[in-house]
Design a protein around this ligand. Structure first.
Ligand SMILES: NC(=O)c1ccc[n+]([C@@H]2O[C@H](COP(=O)([O-])OP(=O)(O)OC[C@H]3O[C@@H](n4cnc5c(N)ncnc54)[C@H](O)[C@@H]3O)[C@@H](O)[C@H]2O)c1
Length: 419
């Protein structure tokens, strides 16, 4: 029976490791000791998997010790692929993971990458590291595959095993082998691509397309706001046409949609093409918080509210609905605008999981202050807030308070009070 090692047990890696651990001898390895200690107690602090679910993976062992990945047949790399402060791909963690695998790589082994890459990253950036540090030859001694991940944290409907999976590999034999092991854990038929680069490119365009579509809606929202037209109602009307694609304006945060287009743009520039549209979309989405602030400012003026003295409550700070992750959340850009103007601002988010250090003092652990806030901004439409209902939420304010519902989650919200 094959031995599998999963390197990096974050949002993606934990699903991969726990799924394989039901059928194959699996090592779930992470450099983060705290994470490993929690997982050993079957606790996933990301809130993705329950203890009962993790326990069922009888063949899975969590480890912080490098040597435990020794003698694996498959190494699956699921480490983060962020960007640096100049929006340039930062592959340091992937490089480290490749060096680690190289220490144990032997003939006939297969290295699979699940981290999001630009096309060519596996074979042009990772393979040379694997070859250099293992002293083995690609396609002769070892082979590679790429299988992009599509999990959607916080989404209880689309489960890991039900999401279509794509696999590309360095050769047909590897492709079939890798597709076969994934087919054990994924219900839909594995989709095989003719190359690794196609599998890499497919993932990057999924997220770039989404980013750009949201950017277009954000641009519509800016135009319609000036025209006093309700963007959501326009979208609803336009959606009655068979080939209109329904997207909504909003903040694009996180470490996928807001990051991956920069990976494609980086590669595109490398081959001599400046992807203007992709980067323009990024620029629009990066600036949504400023647009929200402008709309709130206009509302404050209309309501004769002194913005400098107003007390603001932000509801929801994670980067998306029903998810506890705040990485690259654009809500903090909005909070920063308020803070730079020395305005009083507090936020509340029952889903919050990450440490929030510098913002901690501003976080209300629970909100009980009725009639207190002058401005209430529903920035993330977590189910918690939707279940609470608009009446309860408005109680935190007073009769002259402004309620801004970024995503227009509640019915009957005026177009001036949402994106
Ligand atoms: N989170 C998502 O929704 C999602 C969805 C699809 C694809 N992806 C992609 O999957 C990849 C992983 O994302 P994530 O959200 O799971 O990341 P994450 O930040 O949640 O977790 C990554 C884990 O890798 C560990 N790690 C970092 N370097 C390591 C190393 N050298 N060796 C061992 N462990 C190491 C970290 O300690 C962390 O626990 C990224 O490329 C991301 O773009 C993420």
């Amino acid at each position: 029976m094959a031995k599998i090692s999963v390197i990096g047990l974050g949002y993606v890696g934990i699903h991969v490791a726990v799924s394989f651990g039901k059928y194959f001898s699996t090592i779930g390895y992470d450099i983060n000791k705290k994470r490993i200690n929690e997982l050993k107690k079957n606790i996933d602090t990301n809130g993705e998997l329950s203890s009962d679910y993790i326990i069922k993976s009888k063949k899975l062992k969590f480890s912080n010790s490098e040597t435990d990945i020794k003698n694996s047949d498959y190494y699956i790399i699921t480490v983060p692929t962020p960007i640096d402060e100049n929006n340039v791909p930062d592959l340091k963690l992937v490089e480290e993971a490749c060096k680690l695998v190289s220490k144990f790589l032997k003939k006939k082994d297969i290295v699979i990458f699940e981290s999001t890459f630009y096309p060519g990253c596996t074979e042009n950036d990772c393979v040379p590291i694997l070859e250099k540090y293992s002293k083995l030859k690609y396609k002769i001694d070892f082979t590679c595959a790429y299988s992009p991940e599509r999990i959607n944290p916080g989404d209880k409907k689309r489960k890991f095993k039900n999401i279509n999976k794509i696999v590309g590999a360095s050769d047909k034999f590897t492709l079939n082998k890798v597709a076969a092991i994934y087919q054990k854990i994924i219900i839909p038929k594995i989709f095989k691509t003719s190359s690794i680069a196609i599998a890499e490119a497919s993932k990057i365009i999924e997220n770039t397309q989404r980013d750009l579509n949201i950017a277009l809606m954000n641009e519509f929202s800016i135009i319609f706001s000036k025209l006093n037209i309700d963007t959501k109602e326009v979208i609803k009307a336009a959606s009655t046409k068979w080939n209109f694609n329904k997207y909504y304006p909003g903040m694009v945060g996180g470490h996928c949609i807001g990051v991956d287009p920069y990976y494609l743009a980086f590669k595109s520039k490398k081959v001599g093409y400046n992807p203007k549209l992709i980067l323009k979309g990024r620029e629009i989405n990066e600036n949504v918080s400023k647009f929200v602030f402008q709309k709130v400012k206009i509302l404050a003026k209309k309501n004769r509210l002194n913005l400098e003295k107003a007390k603001t409550l932000i509801l929801g700070v994670t980067f998306k609905k029903n998810c506890g992750d705040i990485r690259n959340s654009k809500v903090f850009d909005l909070i920063d605008i308020f803070k730079k103007k020395s305005m009083f601002i507090k936020f509340y988010d029952p889903y919050l999981r990450n440490k929030i250090n510098k913002y901690k003092r501003n976080h209300l652990l629970n909100i009980s202050k009725s009639n207190y806030f002058d401005i209430i901004i529903l920035s993330v439409d977590h189910d918690f807030f939707l279940k609470k209902g608009i009446r309860q939420i408005l109680k935190y304010g007073h009769k002259n308070s402004i309620f801004f519902d970024i995503n227009g989650s509640f019915k009957g919200i005026d177009s001036t009070n949402k994106l």
